[in-house]
Design a protein around this ligand. Structure first.
Ligand code: CMP
Length: 139
């Protein structure tokens, strides 16, 4: 079993797509091990996306991610990291396959509805960013 960090981003929460996205997560066979509605500060978003701090889109990405509530989830499945990235589709919704979450709910490369960890090391960092060990331990 593997765990990954998923975020339903502020654009998808504002558009009331949380229920539809959770339905896809459960329909794909993930176990939801933890879930929180979070409101990131700008500093929280900057810390989360620190790996992108040199990118030209860093300022606008962190402003967007701190613009409203988001939903953070710990998802578990065999190959959860790869499987969640497949279900989300490509980063740019315009390039994502038909039937993927980003294609169906994303509006732009930045406002792309969901986030997912890209490797086991980032999943460990990102899960710990949102969930204390004790919240995950009993599930
Ligand atoms: P995410 O999977 O959360 O990881 C980093 C985020 O940066 C990505 O989704 C997009 O929201 C955003 N991003 C990536 N590339 C670009 C880009 N070229 N312009 C604006 N935002 C981007």
């Amino acid at each position: 079993m593997e765990r990954t960090l998923a975020i339903i981003k502020p654009d998808a929460v504002a558009a009331q797509h949380v229920g539809a996205i959770l339905q896809r997560i459960e329909g794909a066979g993930f176990e939801i091990r933890a879930m929180r509605l979070v409101r990131l500060s700008r500093a929280d978003a900057e810390g989360f996306y620190a790996v992108h701090r040199e990118r030209p889109f860093f300022g606008s990405l962190t402003a967007f991610m701190s613009s409203g509530p988001a939903v953070a989830l710990a998802l578990e499945a065999p190959e959860a990291i790869r499987k969640w990235r497949e279900l989300m589709g490509a980063t740019d919704p315009a390039k994502a396959d038909a039937g993927t979450i980003r294609r169906d709910f994303g509006g732009s490369i930045e406002h792309n509805a969901t986030h997912g960890s890209d490797a086991p090391e980032t999943a460990a960092f990102e899960l710990a960013y949102f969930f204390a060990g004790v919240e995950l331990a009993g599930t």
